[in-house]
Design a protein around this ligand. Structure first.
Ligand SMILES: [Zn+2]
Length: 323
């Protein structure tokens, strides 16, 4: 892209974003979360999402959004959980860097991480969106429409989503995408938080974005395509990387301790379920004992809501190990 077209694109972004923020500010009120980029290291920022479930107040925004300043423009990881959030992210990029968004990476197919694609695309119609092939397939299939409908319903339409915007490019384990002066190295751990996770390393900045392979202070979805054992192995892979900064999918940056904490939750839960399975207990009989085993995580957001589903999921995983 030459200098003139880049300047034109940035100007177009400013106008669109100004118009859209002005149009939505009446409905948003003071309740909506702040979108303040916080510097992690040189040229890398996080916009922290609130930890609650999608509702009218957060308008679907609840994940960590990463902004990377490159010589060719801004790169965004996980642009938010709604079209509204994606537009706000585009506005913050413009305010913080004065550059267009030239690429987006989506970490996995859960809608609270990729529905913001639509908002970015409204401002930058030609932006490239990268994800794992299995993520792209899910979003283009029934999952994409399901997530769009669900977030609109939970937010009473304030998420402002109209259409599924799927990735345009696919990346697999070991790929490197070079944008301007910056290398984005892709790590796909196999089946972990989902079967389509990518963890994105910003090589020159010694940063890795873990997506939901690591969450700090929040327990969330573990669905049929997840693996507790695989997620533990993926965290071991992260711990072996030569990086200085780990950015989780949700919650504050907590260094290696945050990785070890979430690893402890997953490993303790799975180990306890395996032990009780061997003792002949059904999944619904295990919940009190498992809850005690992971009691140090009771203060984490989502503990009461998610624990039962996590036990059931781990039970099925242990059962599958037997065959
Ligand atoms: Zn997720």
């Amino acid at each position: 892209m030459n200098r003139d077209s880049r300047a034109l694109q940035a100007l177009r972004a400013t106008l669109l974003v100004t118009a859209s923020v002005a149009a939505s500010s009446g409905a948003a009120g003071a309740d909506t979360p702040p979108f303040t980029p916080v510097a992690v290291t040189d040229g890398v920022y996080v916009i922290y999402g609130p930890l609650g479930l999608p509702d009218e107040h957060n308008r679907g925004f609840r994940n960590n959004v990463v902004l990377v300043d490159t010589a060719d423009g801004a790169v965004v990881f996980d642009p938010g959980g709604s079209a509204w959030a994606g537009e706000r992210v585009a506005a913050e990029v413009n305010a913080a860097m004065g550059k267009p968004v030239v690429a987006v990476f989506d970490s996995h197919a859960h809608g609270d991480h990729w529905l913001g694609n639509e908002g970015i695309r409204r401002v930058y119609p030609d932006v490239e969106i990268y994800a794992h092939p299995a993520m792209k397939a899910r979003v283009e299939g029934a999952d994409g429409a399901r997530w769009l409908e669900q977030i609109e319903r939970l937010t009473n339409g304030t998420a402002d989503g109209r259409t599924v915007v799927a990735p345009t490019r696919t990346v697999v384990d070991g790929d490197e995408v070079v944008i301007g002066d910056t290398t984005f190295r892709i790590h796909h751990p196999g089946r972990a938080h989902t079967d389509n996770d990518i963890m994105i390393e910003v090589v020159e900045r010694h940063v890795v974005f873990t997506g939901d392979v690591v969450r700090n202070g929040l327990l969330g979805l573990m669905e049929a395509d997840s693996s507790f054992a695989g997620n533990v192995a993926a965290i071991d892979r992260l711990l072996a990387m030569d990086v200085a900064h780990y950015i989780p999918g949700h919650g504050p940056i907590g260094g290696r301790r945050a990785l070890v904490a979430y690893r402890t939750y997953l490993d303790t839960l799975l180990g306890t379920v395996r032990k009780l399975y061997d003792a002949g207990l059904a999944d619904y009989e295990m919940k009190p004992a498992v809850s005690d085993a992971v009691s140090s995580f009771r203060s984490w957001e989502g503990f009461a809501v998610r624990l039962g589903a996590h036990v059931s999921r781990a039970y099925l995983e242990v059962e599958a190990e037997q065959f």
